[in-house]
Design a protein around this ligand. Structure first.
Ligand SMILES: *Cc1c(COP(=O)(O)O)cnc(C)c1O
Length: 238
């Protein structure tokens, strides 16, 4: 077994254990393998070990990997954009990715919708929420989230799937849990409305290598794990 394959198995075991501890069905949490800064070969190894969904932060880097691994090696792999989306990058996201987790402004969503090619299914969207209120952080404020969700739900080539958060590092499980529970409450408020356009609102993207147990305990449905699968990152892509 390769290192990536055995790391993947360990992460799956962590997810299963956390689900067990929280009384949740392990099938209710999906794993996004965050391959940013790692090469196509790492993604191929992950895919060979059964991983289907990959997350990329840097759009240009992601598009190159999608061309090499996605198109040529396994067109069934799913690609999620989890990095900031500047206006001049929306077209690349719309044309190459299946999901975007970091929409926090209507303008970005409008561009993504307008630029989504007709032959592709709607781009699946999570609205990024600044759940712990860092003043310099990306993400819409919690009190403005519902309005943005409703506006994005009206765009023809997008499908709004849920919320995403990247809380600051918290020192221990209890502190992580308290923050993740805030995101879960907001998610439940919005999904509980049962509004038209929100039928697919089923995804709460939160939890990374360091805090996936707390995120699952709070109700995450998708954890984004990089280090735990691919190892430590030795460089930051631009
Ligand atoms: C890098 C990154 C991750 C993965 O982080 P790890 O700590 O390596 O698991 C998850 N989500 C986002 C948005 C990231 O940028």
């Amino acid at each position: 077994m390769t290192t990536i394959a055995s790391n993947l198995q360990q992460v799956r075991d962590r997810i299963a254990q956390a689900c067990g501890a929280a009384g949740r069905d392990p099938a209710s949490v999906s794993l996004l393998a965050v391959s940013k800064t790692f090469g196509a070969e790492a993604v191929v190894q992950g895919a060979a070990a059964g991983q289907r969904a990959f997350g990329e932060n840097y759009i240009q880097e992601g598009v190159e990997k999608i061309a090499v691994v996605g198109r040529a090696f396994d067109p069934a792999l799913q690609w999620h954009c989890i990095g900031p989306i500047q206006s001049n990058k929306t077209r690349l996201v719309s044309e190459h990715f299946d999901w975007a987790h970091t929409v926090d402004r209507l303008k970005t969503a409008e561009r993504l919708s307008a630029q989504r090619p007709d032959h592709l299914p709607p781009l699946q969207i999570c609205i990024q929420v600044n759940i712990d209120g860092g003043s310099t952080k990306s993400g819409v404020a919690p009190e403005e989230t519902l309005a943005l969700v409703r506006a994005v739900a009206k765009l023809p080539r997008l499908r709004v799937r849920g919320l995403m958060s990247i809380p600051d590092h918290a020192p221990d499980f209890e502190a992580q849990l308290a923050i993740h529970k805030r995101a879960k409450r907001l998610f439940d408020q919005i999904s509980g409305l049962g509004e038209p356009g929100l039928e697919g609102f089923d995804t709460l993207s939160m939890g990374m290598t360091a805090d996936l147990e707390a995120a699952i305990h709070a109700g995450s449905t998708l954890v984004r794990v990089g280090t735990g699968i691919f190892g430590g990152r030795t460089y930051q892509a631009p």
